[in-house]
Design a protein around this ligand. Sequence first.
Ligand code: HEC
Length: 149
Amino acid sequence: MKTVWIAGAVVAAAGAGAWWAFGPTQEPSVEQATTAPVASGDSGQEMVAVTMPALEGEAAMGQRVFTSKCASCHGPNAGGIEGAGPPLIHKIYEPGHHGDMAFYLAAAQGVRAHHWKFGNMPPVEGISEAEVGAVVRFVRRVQAANGID
Ligand code: HEC
C-alpha cells in the first residue's frame, strides 16, 4: 500500500509543475492514488491504508473469520481490494450509515451493487450469525481506530 501512496505522490508532484501557476494542487483522492500507473496491473492492493488496533476477544475472533470469509474481496484489513471489493473501513460504512444489520444481511443474502462498481456481493456460505457478529466487532474496532465512528 505504501508504494501506491508514494507513487501517487510522485504522480502528483510531476503534475504539480504544470498546475503550479493555477494555485495549490489538490491532494490526490484515494481513487486517483490507487489508479495511478504504479507497478503494472497491481490489482490486489488494499485501497485504503488501514491502521490496525490491537485486537482481543471477540474482535480477534472476528478478524480470523474475516480473513477466511471476507478478506478475499474486502482486503485483509478491510481496506478494500482493487478489482475485488470495497473498503469497509470507509465513511460509507460508519455505524450510523450501515448499522450492524447490514452485515448480517450482506452475509446471508449478498448485496446488490449500489455504492461501487465491483458488482454484486454473493451470499457468504458457511458462516454463522455468531461469526458475523464477531466480524462486526472486528470491523467496528478497526473503523474506530481509523476515525470512523
Ligand atoms: C466475492 C466478494 C465478496 C466477499 C467474499 C464478501 N463481500 Fe462484502 N461486498 C462485496 C462487494 C462487491 C460489495 C459492494 C456492493 C456495493 O456496490 O454496494 C460488498 C458490500 C458489503 C457490505 C455493505 C452492505 C450494504 O448494505 O451496502 C457489507 C456490510 C459487507 N460487504 C460485508 C461483508 C462481510 C462481513 C463478508 C464476509 C463474511 C463479505 N462482505 C464478503 C464483495 C464481497
